[in-house]
Design a protein around this ligand. Structure first.
Ligand SMILES: Nc1ncnc2c1ncn2[C@@H]1O[C@H](COP(=O)(O)OP(=O)(O)OP(=O)(O)O)[C@@H](O)[C@H]1O
Length: 252
């Protein structure tokens, strides 16, 4: 297993009272797999990703990365948070180049890789723009390109495409799959969109309140997947119904 959550509970203390975000949550994530975590707002998805990224410690239980207890951030784990973390004083190109700079990649190669990724996320022409000169969706795409530039072994993504229009979202989902396929990278992708979860995942884990696992389903839809073909695929339609049913359970 590449990444394991072993009976983790997380509680936050606020004004003398405790808020439990996750209770006794366990999950094994296999190396090279694409796992989507599907759940309604507030069920603890971001809290879980923060712990898988080593940014927050569980109150009890442990996270293991390659069978070793994770006790802080790792350079081989890339995390695309819900918040914007682009450097405001760097333009798009220099933001995307940053992980390569840190790794000591030479300037010419750095530029080449960054420009290619900027193109893949549809931001060609905006290389010299600063984050404040971009729309929210464009900033998300720049952040995605920056994360991919680091070529992390494990990618944690928290609703990366939530703010994008439907067309762009589909394009980026397909692009992400193209980049991931054959890369051997492990992806944990959080969403509350059933179609997105099915379009991307090898496995969809549906979370209920306090991170209870309502359904853990292997997805064998053939790859490469395209949104247009999937929508009329009977297997997709039946999985969609099954996941929607599980999500409904989350509130009943
Ligand atoms: N720093 C914090 N302090 C106190 N409570 C917190 C903190 N972070 C999260 N929580 C609480 O933990 C619960 C889970 O929050 P979390 O952000 O993980 O949910 P989520 O599933 O990611 O939601 P969304 O889909 O809306 O982003 C919520 O009840 C939230 O109020």
């Amino acid at each position: 297993m590449s990444l394991t959550a072993d009976a983790i509970t997380k509680q936050f203390v606020k004004d003398d009272s405790a808020v439990v975000a996750l209770r006794e949550f366990s999950l094994d994530i296999e190396q090279g797999s694409f796992v989507t975590l599907l759940g309604r707002s507030g069920c603890g998805k971001s809290t879980l990703l923060n712990m898988l990224a080593g940014l927050t410690e569980p109150s009890s239980g442990e996270i293991r990365y390659h069978a070793r207890r994770l006790d802080g951030p790792e350079t081989s784990i890339g995390y695309l948070t819900q918040h914007d973390t682009l450097m405001p004083w760097r333009d798009v190109l220099r933001n995307v180049e940053m992980p390569l700079e840190i790794r000591g990649t030479d300037a010419r190669q750095r530029r080449e890789i960054a420009l290619e990724l900027i193109k893949r996320v549809g931001l060609s022409g905006f290389e010299k723009h600063y984050p404040r000169e971009l729309s929210g969706g464009m900033r998300r795409r720049a952040s995605l390109a920056r994360m991919l530039a680091g070529a992390p072994e494990t990618l944690l993504m928290d609703e990366p495409f939530g703010a994008l229009d439907a067309q762009l979202r589909t394009e980026l989902q397909e692009e992400l799959l193209r980049l991931w396929q054959g890369s051997g990278q492990t992806v944990v992708f959080v969403t509350h969109d059933i179609e997105e979860a099915l379009m991307l995942g090898d496995r969809v884990v549906v979370l209920g309140s306090l991170g209870a696992i309502l359904l853990d389903r292997e997805i064998t839809l053939t790859r490469p997947r395209s949104a247009d073909d999937l929508r009329v695929d009977p297997e997709f339609v039946s999985l969609h119904r099954e996941l929607a049913g599980a999500l409904k359970e989350a509130v009943s």
